[in-house]
Design a protein around this ligand. Structure first.
Ligand code: ASP
Length: 351
């Protein structure tokens, strides 16, 4: 089932005076939402905002500290598809990706395909600060994280019932689709697949839209007292993904970006599209080269370019003046922001 897209008519307005913005993915459809899930999602987002904001208030704290803190809290919350609540690969493992970037120096760090690192965002930051590289993957990243003193857990730590069930449902659906295809002599129903401008299948069919917890990758953007921006993203990827598959979240310029001259960005959605459309960097580039505002730039990429291509998702972005933009081509985007006066706002489907 596809998540219905919103009307492209009206652009949303950026929120001023924001110091920390977070997202918890594009989530489920309104129809699939239930009061308990909604309550827990709002509480989880608010917790992350409060902790991230508190960290930012500490003397000498940086935007990187706030981004790291907010994402770590969301990684520890089984409700979100990152850290503890990560989705399963096709073969029943949890492979996690994360990245972080500093806008002042354009330094960045990322890990991908890690299976035993409790908080991948901490590992991403350690890669940025303690190595001469930007991205470490798999076993090498895990050895590095252990040597950097980060918490290593048994892979079983990431097992959660709701994600396991999600995988079983995905596998069942896949088996049924394969059987149907084999038995059918009819042409495929064009309604089941979107086709992009180049005639390629969009892959939107990989979204099963199952009630509860799907598509809830997490991310954060922040600005500190010195005016420095930072952004970060963490995910378990997409349920039933092929083992070894890496999405956009750990890729600088695709899922995460930060540059003091433009904005900090964190994305969520169908990763293959975000990689191919270099979404995070494209938002910053539209500001840099075309002088668009952060909201205009985000809308141009999410609501126009990506939408036209069939790539579903959302992005949050914060400019150097504290204007916070969220743009999506999906029904919802779980998100929240803290303004400089210490007020917190959490939104799921609302504008
Ligand atoms: N972008 C993530 C990925 O493709 C998934 C998500 O945002 O939910 O791995």
């Amino acid at each position: 089932m596809l998540i219905p897209s919103i009307s492209m008519a009206a652009d949303e307005a950026a929120v001023p005076h924001v110091v920390l913005g977070i997202h918890g993915g594009v989530g489920v459809t309104k129809k699939e939402m239930n009061p308990e899930l909604e309550k827990n999602l709002r509480a989880g987002l608010e917790h992350a905002l409060k902790e991230g904001y508190a960290r930012l208030q500490k003397p000498g704290a940086t935007s990187l500290d706030a981004v790291e803190t907010a994402i770590r809290i969301l990684e520890d919350d089984p409700l979100f598809n990152a850290g503890k609540g990560a989705v399963f690969t096709h073969d029943g493992r949890n492979e996690l990706d994360a990245s972080i970037m500093e806008g002042r120096t354009k330094k960045a760090g990322a890990v991908a395909g890690v299976t035993v690192v409790k908080n991948p965002i901490l590992a991403a930051r350690a890669v940025m600060e303690k190595t001469k590289h930007v991205m470490l993957i798999g076993h090498g990243a895990e050895i590095f994280a252990r040597d950097a003193g980060l918490e290593i857990v048994d892979p079983k730590y990431f097992w959660t019932e709701q994600r396991w069930k999600q995988l079983q449902d995905d596998l069942k659906e896949e088996r049924e689709a394969a059987a149907k295809k084999q038995n059918s002599v009819e042409k495929p129903d064009p309604k089941n697949k979107k086709v992009d401008a180049k005639g390629e299948k969009s892959g939107a069919d990989v979204r099963t839209g199952r009630p509860g917890y799907e598509w809830s990758t997490v991310g954060a953007v922040a600005i500190d007292a010195a005016g420095n921006l930072a952004g970060g993203t963490s995910t378990g990827g997409m349920s039933n993904k092929q083992y070894g598959r890496i999405g956009d979240s750990p890729i600088i310029g695709a899922g995460t970006y930060a540059d003091n001259n433009t904005c900090a960005v964190s994305c969520t959605g169908h990763g293959e599209y975000f990689i191919r459309w270099t979404v995070a960097r494209d938002i910053a580039a539209l500001m840099e080269y075309k002088g668009l505002s952060v909201q205009q730039a985000a809308d141009e990429v999410l609501r126009h370019k990506l939408k036209a291509a069939g790539g579903e998702g959302a992005a949050i972005a914060l400019d150097g003046k504290g204007n916070f933009a969220m743009s999506r081509n999906t029904e919802g985007c779980y998100r929240g922001y803290a303004t400089s006066d210490g007020k917190f706002t959490v939104l799921l489907f609302e504008k």
